[in-house]
Design a protein around this ligand. Structure first.
Ligand code: ADP
Ligand code: ZN
Length: 204
């Protein structure tokens, strides 16, 4: 997988809070330990925490370059770079699939993390095409905040039909297939245990 000179695309995908950024940071950190030259890019749309870092919900961080388009990724990738990290790939334009393939053809290891589904559970382009082009795909799962089972869906908690509403805690939560309610904005969010699932909240 890490054979220098043989390029490849690895995709890490799943719901929000599923550990995509953590896994991306883990792989990139290991590449650095192996003295590979790395570069990390993320689309400019996502400025939740920092313009220049990939930050996980657990607080891990890695320096990144914020770019406006997939073409900028190609342009700003140094010829000597061996490993290219891409975070929040669902916010890149469709050109990211060709760009990732070009980089892999040049012998680089491309590691891309992003949401596989949108807030309605629909495939989140350009992830499906990138998954098809990839040598390896990992699906990560969060913990369903309703029932505690592994979660594969991202529940939006605020009313909006916009596909992109950027934010994390308070705007979205992780849900399993059974607890997911596509298109229902449950503004109060979920209580963590099924005993409390009648919606009542107590401080005790
Ligand atoms: P992603 O990139 O997939 O959104 P991150 O890597 O940024 O995920 O964050 C994963 C971390 O989020 C976990 O290690 C955990 O600390 C935290 N977290 C918060 N809520 C949840 C949840 N419902 N399920 C799993 N992890 C959660
Ligand atoms: Zn559930």
């Amino acid at each position: 997988m890490n054979n220098p000179g043989i390029g490849s695309i690895e995709v890490i995908c799943g719901s929000m809070f599923s550990g995509k950024s953590e896994e991306l940071i883990r792989r990139l950190t290991r590449a650095q330990i192996a003295r590979r030259r790395i570069q990390v890019f993320k689309p400019k749309i996502d400025d939740r925490y920092s313009e220049v870092e990939v930050v996980s919900h657990g607080g891990l961080r890695l320096l990144a370059i914020a770019v406006a388009s997939s073409a900028d990724v190609l342009e700003r990738t140094d010829a000597r770079t061996e490993v290219v990290g891409l975070d929040e790939v669902q916010f890149f334009d469709a050109g990211i699939v060709d760009v990732a393939s070009r980089l892999a053809d040049l012998g680089k290891r491309v590691i891309a993390a992003g949401l596989d589904q949108d807030y309605l559970g629909r495939p989140f382009e350009p992830m499906p095409a990138l998954m098809a082009a990839a040598e390896e795909v990992m699906k990560t799962r969060a913990i369903c905040v309703r029932c505690g089972q592994p979660a594969s869906r991202t529940q939006r908690l605020v009313e909006s039909t916009e596909r992109v509403v950027v934010g994390a805690a308070g705007l979205y939560e992780a849900r399993c297939r059974r607890c997911f309610e596509p298109g229902v904005a449950s503004a109060a969010g979920s209580l963590p245990f099924p005993e409390d699932a009648d919606g009542s909240r107590s401080n005790s």
